[in-house]
Design a protein around this ligand. Structure first.
Ligand code: SAM
Length: 202
């Protein structure tokens, strides 16, 4: 497995007015993983479907798309993008049941993120209140429920933003062509994290 990717940050479609600056997963990223971890005809699920990037890429690659999305406007947007309206369900992944969706072969998803000191609830689109501990518990519930709609051995790819705080630097290496993509010392050595600490003031 390649441990670093350099992809174009682009979306094939424009979002409607009022949504233009919302966060979406680039289609290039979804396509890379669906090509690697699923086959034509497979069922692909995104339990945090958003504006449907996973579903539309899956559809284009001849996979059968399924999604769950909390936000009604986003569900409506996805329905306009796909011919199979039943592909997306308006609902809360924390209540996901096996009867909602046929068993799937692959999952690509990008969950809602939370800063550790945020007090809003990402699982209610930052509407209600939450804590970081409750958020982690909700993440666990969501992925436990997801398991009920996945075939054993399905690949689950989770795109997780690295919510960097001050003091963390990610280093990637320019490749001069001699270096294989696993890095000089093997798998995982193609990038580094530098953590910057400061001695406590007296
Ligand atoms: C990071 S976005 C996903 C973006 C998506 N990959 C795309 O390209 O549009 C996370 C999505 O999870 C949805 N979400 C938040 N809480 C949810 C819940 N409880 N159940 C289902 N979806 C939820 C949000 O509305 C948001 O659209």
């Amino acid at each position: 497995m390649q441990t670093d990717l350099s992809l174009e940050y682009a979306h094939p479609d424009e979002l409607p007015p009022g949504h233009a600056n919302e966060v979406r997963t680039p289609a290039t990223l979804v396509e890379h993983f669906l090509r690697e971890y699923s086959e034509p005809g497979d069922r692909v699920i995104d339990p945090f479907a958003g504006y449907g990037t996973t579903l539309t890429v899956a559809d284009r690659l001849d996979r059968e798309p399924y999604g769950i999305e909390y936000d009604a406007d986003r569900v409506e947007y996805i329905e306009g993008q796909l011919e199979t309206a039943e592909a997306v369900r308006h609902g809360d992944v924390l209540e996901l049941e096996a009867s909602w969706i046929p068993a799937c072969d692959c999952c690509f998803t990008s969950p809602p993120f939370m800063w550790k000191d945020d007090e809003r609830n990402p699982f209610e689109n930052y509407g209600g209140e939450s804590t970081y501990e409750a958020y982690l518990a909700d993440i666990e519930t969501a992925f436990t429920r997801l398991e009920s709609v996945l075939h054993p051995d399905s690949a689950v790819i989770i795109d997780v933003a690295n919510m960097k705080h001050e003091g963390e630097v990610v280093v990637t290496w320019d490749d001069d062509g001699d270096n294989d993509r696993d890095g000089n010392f093997g798998y995982g050595y193609d990038h580094s994290y530098c953590l910057v600490f400061r001695n406590r003031a007296e």
